[in-house]
Design a protein around this ligand. Sequence first.
Ligand code: TYD
Ligand code: MG
Length: 451
Amino acid sequence: MARNQPVYVCGSCGGESLKWQGQCPHCSAWNTLTRVMGVRADPRGGPQPAAPAVAVGLPAEPPAEVRTSLGMAELDRVFGGGLSAGSVSLLGGEPGIGKSTLLLQVAAAVGTDAPVLYASGEESTRQTAQRAQRLSLAAPQLRLVSDNSLESIIARSDEQRAALLVIDSIQTMQTSHVESSPGSPQQLRECTAALVRFAKQGGTSVIIVGHVTKDGAIAGPKLLEHLVDTVLYFDADAGSRYRMLRATKNRFGPVNELGFFAMTGAGLREVKNPSAIFLSRNPQPVPGSLVMVARDGGRPLLIEVQALTDATRFSAPRRVAQGVDANRLAMLLAVMSRHSRLSLAEHDVYVNLVGGLAIAETATDLPLALAIASSLRGVALDGKLVAFGELGLTGEVRPVPHGEERLKELHKQGYARAIVPQQNAPRQGVAGLEIQAVATLAEALEAAFRS
Ligand code: TYD
Ligand code: MG
């Protein structure tokens, strides 16, 4: 594709088409294609000398990869073990979630021993400096700049020989190579491509902020994901002070890694024991509640599963699922009415995972079924009980991956009893933990409601 041949880029998914169409062929969104000059063909612009070919062999001493700590273990974990030199990361999240706060803290942590430039197109240097002061951040090598011109920001970063450049936010940046206004798909792409070039040539790590709305209505980060090395999303349960940072793409570490933080009066603090976030901590056990061990972001997490059943007033009973797949819930209810004596045909069923995390794994099946049965019977389950396991269509309880790790976690968090799939029960047991291995839903119900 020649550089000056136009392509059409979807503002929703970033997919490219050679001709204009009303509907994006990649994501089927309507009226999202905009014309962009062929940026992808030669992102460096103009003819370039051919890059030298490099032989792949094992050097005697492989060069040690330079990783810089971001100041918090939870952050280093999500970045795949710290910040890689010359990497470009995109931090997406809704406005007000805490992206600027997080990155100012990161900039200060890195800026204690290496030059860092924090470039804001949204706030004046005075505002940013005041925020740093309020957070008691002092870093001798951190510089702030308030600017919208990408060229002058890059020049300043070069001058400072910055190890880290923070761009807050990409929607406010403008490059003189493109005529459209800041935030347009052309500007977003050109600015990001320029930052990638800069990072790869000089070894400066770049972290770019990108605002997104819940429904992804604003053209932004989606468009840029394929240009950068790492994509992180910052998210929160509505109204909660807890924040979750997830890596959805990472060329330098595992994806889906999750980090947990709490927004406090003094900025973001890492949460070292995230299991505590997802429990409602009812002082007394109540019907319809059970703790499970899910596995998300590469770690086991204790999450409270809640269910509410109520005699229906509708011709078709309502089924509402928060945090779990609605189809999975429908399947579970069918298995329950077929393979236990619990009839839910006349009941509305609501299920919820406390803390706002959505869990896609099937280990939620068994705890959900037990919580639903507990609500239906109006009988509270043992407060020291935890369960996990998958349910099959024939009412069998199937094993889930990482059973032993889950058992260790629930034991560590002070629970004394676990109902688990037979194949997940370790032969030698776990000291101090009563493990009830079950093969069917009927056995699990019996174990859970034994008096
Ligand atoms: P901010 O980092 O500006 O969000 P973003 O850059 O994603 O738009 O965070 C703004 C919110 O965080 C604001 O509502 C105030 C709150 N906040 C705290 O609760 N404690 C703090 O120490 C700071 C700096 C902000
Ligand atoms: Mg901000």
